[in-house]
Design a binder for this molecule. Structure first.
Ligand SMILES: C[S@@+](CC[C@H](N)C(=O)[O-])C[C@H]1O[C@@H](n2cnc3c(N)ncnc32)[C@H](O)[C@@H]1O
Length: 311
């Protein structure tokens, strides 16, 4: 199973991958916070995702577009993060099984529930090595002024008193990338592991090539060059150069990269561009077809480049 992009549920498909087979797992997994079908990973009909609070209903649907804010009022709401952890637990031990000893696993998980993913993968046998930050150049931001809320209520005294105060979050300019490692064999060293499995250390050249932040100190804050092609194929599409950076940080040419939640195939495209082999799995047929086309267009482009180079 190499250079394959598979349509299916990765929780099952991964069972057909042999033990100690892939050199790295790099995946932008569902975050458990969105409205899209693939991101709803709980059974809570009264949830922050879809429900409305009594106050919102009274206000006649003003908040309809945004859903109910996270407030922890209901027991069902509180369960969402545990349900997310349990969902991560469904696949964590298979991820460990298919990865070579010492191999790295990079997971993009949303800020809100990434701690639950950490617990599930630790319970599955991984070691959390680090949390990298992907620094974006921009991020949409809405943080309502609380003074405006008081003003609309006709409460001018509090509107003045709380001038400059806002609700909601700061601008989300970084995304965490969880860096896990499969423990290397008991009794060996990381240097022995590199010789036996070809993984375990990281390559400084990857940061020198891709990280625009601070090349000299090998910062764990990653800032890469993104371009217009990094948008439009998937709602959570990642920049190609970011995936290239992560792939070249922990693998060499010819090694195998697995992405079990592959979306529009960015990890696999990056692997192919860097002469790595890949396995991608995507459950949604429409998105799967986008990724398949992306990968086959890439093959056509590279054979055209090879052809041009020979004439
Ligand atoms: C966060 S998105 C990945 C987007 C990707 N980074 C890109 O650049 O296109 C996660 C993807 O996982 C897919 N997915 C969700 N559950 C899945 C499952 N059980 N098996 C395989 N894919 C799944 C979703 O359809 C979605 O496309």
């Amino acid at each position: 199973m190499i250079d394959e992009f598979v349509l299916g549920d990765s929780v099952n498909v991964i069972k057909s991958i042999p033990d100690d087979y892939v050199h790295a797992i790099i995946s932008d997994i569902p975050y458990g916070i969105g409205y899209e079908d693939w991101d709803v990973l709980h059974n809570n009909a009264n949830s922050a995702l879809g429900g409305a609070s009594a106050a919102q209903i009274e206000m006649g649907g003003l908040f309809k577009r945004r859903g109910k804010p996270l407030n922890g009022w209901s027991a069902a709401d509180k369960l969402i993060s545990l349900e997310y952890q349990n969902w991560c637990g469904l696949w964590a031990s298979d991820w460990l099984r298919v990865l070579k000893p010492g191999g790295s696993c990079f997971v993009f998980a949303g800020r809100r529930y990434s701690h639950r993913c950490v617990v599930a993968l630790e319970d599955g046998g991984f070691t959390l090595k680090d949390v990298l930050a992907w620094e974006k150049s921009s991020a949409p931001h809405r943080a309502q002024r609380i003074s405006e809320i008081y003003k609309r209520r006709g409460d001018n005294r509090n509107s003045l008193k709380w001038k400059g105060w806002r609700v909601a979050n700061l601008r989300p300019l970084f995304e965490p990338i969880l860096w896990f490692q499969k423990p290397y064999r008991i009794g060996g060293t990381i240097a022995d592991n590199m010789l036996e499995y070809g993984v375990g250390a990281w390559n400084e050249q990857a940061l020198e090539t891709y990280n625009l932040n601070d090349e000299s100190t090998y910062s764990n804050v990653l800032k890469v060059k993104a371009d217009k092609n990094d948008r439009g194929l998937h709602s959570t599409q990642k920049p190609l150069k970011l995936m290239e950076c992560l792939i070249s940080l922990v693998t060499k040419k010819g090694q195998i990269v697995l992405d079990p939640f592959a979306g529009s195939g960015t990890t696999c495209v990056a692997a192919k561009c860097l002469d790595r082999r890949y396995i991608g799995i995507e459950i949604d047929e429409k998105i799967f077809n986008i990724a398949k086309k992306r990968l086959s267009d890439l093959v056509k482009q590279s054979s055209f480049r090879e052809f041009v180079a020979t004439v």
